[in-house]
Design a protein around this ligand. Structure first.
Ligand SMILES: Cc1cc2nc3c(=O)[nH]c(=O)nc-3n(C[C@H](O)[C@H](O)[C@H](O)COP(=O)(O)OP(=O)(O)OC[C@H]3O[C@@H](n4cnc5c(N)ncnc54)[C@H](O)[C@@H]3O)c2cc1C
Length: 413
C-alpha cells in the first residue's frame, strides 16, 4: 500500500497533522495501534487553553522546591527512584525556566498558541463537533485571600501584556456563578478566551472521521516497525506494509522510543497525570482549577472529571494515584461529589521537553522523516495549530509563524 505521507500516532497532534497535510493535497495514511484519540488526548482536562501563553516553568524559588521535595501540596508528586535518571533533564528544565530564558521561550510559545482557537474552529464545524465545545472559558479559583490576591495581580499583568480577557470574581461572585460550590472560596480568575470540551477523546475521533470523509486512510499498526524503504519509509500495519515518501512521528509520550532507534537523543521526559469521573448532583458551569490544591475539575459528558497535576515517574512505572486520592478528598470539601464512575482511574503522561516547547519539523539526519511531539501540558490545545505548522514546512510553503524555536535541530543532530 503506497501513500505520500504516513502519520504515526492518532492523538490530537497526529490527527491535526494528517488533516493539515491532506488539505494541501497529499494522500495521507494515519497509523495507530488504537482508535484515534484513546490515549493522552482522551484523558486531559479538555481545555483549549488560549490563555496559556507561558508554558509551565520549573519552580525556581527555594520555598516551592522544599515544599515539593517534602511532599507537601498536591500539584507535584514524584517517585524517588525516577529522580536520579531524570536529574540531567530536570536540570535543563530548571535552566530554561530562569526568568530571562523563560521569557524568550514564552515569546515563541505565544506565537503558536495564539492560533489555537482559530485552528480548532476551522475543524470543529466541518467535523460536526460544535456540540462538544463550550466557549465560556475556565476559572482559576483560590481558597485563601493572600493566594488569590497574588494570583490576581499576576493575571492582570499577563492579560494586559498578551491581550487576554480575564475577569476577577471575589468569593461572593464565585458563589453566585457556581451554585454547585458549597464551601466559601476567596475568589477566582475567569480566563474568558479559552474553550472547553466535554469529551476530549470524542473530539479527536470526530476530527479523525472528518479526515476519513475527506479521503484519508486510517489503519491499525505498530509505529515501532518504521523502517527506511528505498528513498522513503515503510511501516507494518494490519493491512500490510504501508510505504510513503514521508513519515511524521506524532506519538506523544512514546515518540522518544521511536526516535531513539534512529539515533536521536532528544531531551524528552514525561509528567504523568491521573483522572477519574464522579457523579455530581450539580454541574459546575465552567471548568475550575482548585489552584492551591493542584486539582482540575472539568464537567464532562460522563460526569465531573477530576484531573491531577504532575507526577515525575518512569513512563511505565505502576500507577500510584496518591494525588488523585488527595484531589478527591479536597474536592469533597467543595462539592457534593458522588461515587467514582470508573476503576482504576485513568493514567496518562504529558510528553515534555526540557525547553518547554514542542518539537516540530524535519528530523536533522533523515530526509523525509518529520517530528511533531512534546506538547506537554497543551497538546490538546495545540494539535491543529502545530499540525498546520508541520504541514506547511513539509509542503514547502512559507510557515505561518517562525518555526525556528520548534525545530528538532535545536537539540543538535
Ligand atoms: C491529566 C492531564 C491533563 C491535561 N489537560 C490538558 C488540557 O486541558 N489542555 C491541553 O491542551 N492539554 C492537556 N494535557 C496535555 C495533552 O493531553 C497532551 O499534550 C496531548 O494529548 C498530546 O497529544 P499527542 O497527540 O501528542 O499524544 P497522544 O494523544 O498520546 O497520541 C499519541 C498516539 O500514539 C499512539 N501510539 C503510541 N505508540 C504507538 C505504537 N507503537 N504504534 C502505533 N501507535 C502508537 C497512541 O495510541 C496515541 O494514540 C493534559 C494531560 C494530562 C495527562
Amino acid at each position: 500500500m503506497a501513500t505520500d505521507i504516513v502519520v504515526l500516532g492518532a492523538g490530537m497532534v497526529g490527527v491535526g497533522t494528517a488533516l493539515a497535510l491532506q488539505q494541501r493535497g497529499h494522500a495521507v495514511t494515519l497509523v495507530d495501534r488504537k482508535m484515534p484519540g484513546r490515549e493522552t488526548s482522551y484523558g486531559n482536562a479538555g481545555l483549549i487553553q488560549r490563555e496559556a501563553v507561558e508554558p509551565y516553568a520549573f519552580p525556581r524559588d527555594v520555598a516551592t522546591l522544599l515544599r515539593v521535595a517534602a511532599g507537601i501540596g498536591n500539584d507535584v508528586h514524584y517517585h524517588a527512584d525516577a529522580l536520579w535518571p531524570l536529574l540531567p533533564r530536570l536540570a535543563r528544565y530548571w535552566y530554561h525556566s530562569a526568568p530571562a530564558r523563560h521569557a524568550v521561550v514564552a515569546q515563541a510559545y505565544e506565537r503558536l498558541i495564539a492560533h489555537c482557537l482559530s485552528e480548532h474552529a476551522a475543524l470543529m464545524a466541518p467535523a460536526d463537533a460544535d456540540d462538544l465545545v463550550q466557549k465560556h472559558g475556565w476559572r482559576q479559583a483560590y481558597r485563601s485571600q493572600a493566594a488569590f490576591e497574588a494570583a490576581a495581580a499576576a493575571a492582570r499583568t499577563l492579560a494586559q501584556r498578551h491581550g487576554l480577557a480575564a475577569g476577577l470574581l471575589d468569593g461572593a461572585d464565585l458563589a453566585r456563578a457556581e451554585p454547585a460550590l458549597h464551601a466559601p472560596m476567596a475568589g477566582a480568575i475567569h480566563w474568558q478566551d479559552p474553550w472547553s470540551v466535554n469529551d476530549p477523546g470524542e473530539l479527536v475521533a470526530r476530527y479523525a472521521r472528518l479526515f476519513l470523509r475527506r479521503g484519508g486512510r486510517f489503519v491499525h499498526g505498530d509505529a515501532m516497525t518504521l523502517r527506511i524503504h528505498g528513498n522513503g519509509w515503510s511501516v507494518a500495519t494490519d493491512d500490510g506494509s504501508v510505504t510513503a515518501a514521508h513519515a511524521v512521528v506524532a506519538l506523544g509520550p512514546w515518540a522518544g522510543t521511536l526516535t531513539q532507534r534512529f539515533g536521536y537523543r532528544l531531551p524528552l521526559f514525561v509528567k504523568r497525570g491521573y483522572h477519574r469521573h464522579y457523579a455530581t448532583e450539580m454541574r459546575l458551569a465552567v471548568p475550575m482549577l482548585d489552584a492551591e490544591r493542584g486539582v482540575a475539575l472539568s464537567p464532562m459528558s460522563r460526569g465531573l472529571r477530576i484531573a491531577t497535576g504532575a507526577e515525575f515517574a518512569r513512563h511505565d512505572a505502576p500507577a500510584t494515584p496518591v494525588q488523585l486520592r488527595r484531589a478527591e478528598q479536597s474536592t469533597r470539601e467543595l462539592l457534593a461529589l458522588g461515587a467514582p464512575l470508573e476503576d482504576p482511574p485513568w493514567l496518562g503522561a504529558r510528553p515534555c521537553t526540557v525547553d518547554m516547547k514542542p518539537v516540530i519539523g524535519p528530523a536533522p539526519r533523515h530526509p523525509g522523516l518529520w517530528f511533531n511531539f512534546g506538547h506537554a501540558h497543551q497538546g490538546f490545545t495545540l494539535g491543529p495549530a502545530s499540525g498546520r505548522l508541520l504541514a506547511e514546512m513539509l509542503h514547502g510553503e512559507t510557515p505561518y509563524i517562525d518555526p525556528t524555536p520548534y525545530l528538532p535541530s535545536r537539540f543538535g543532530a
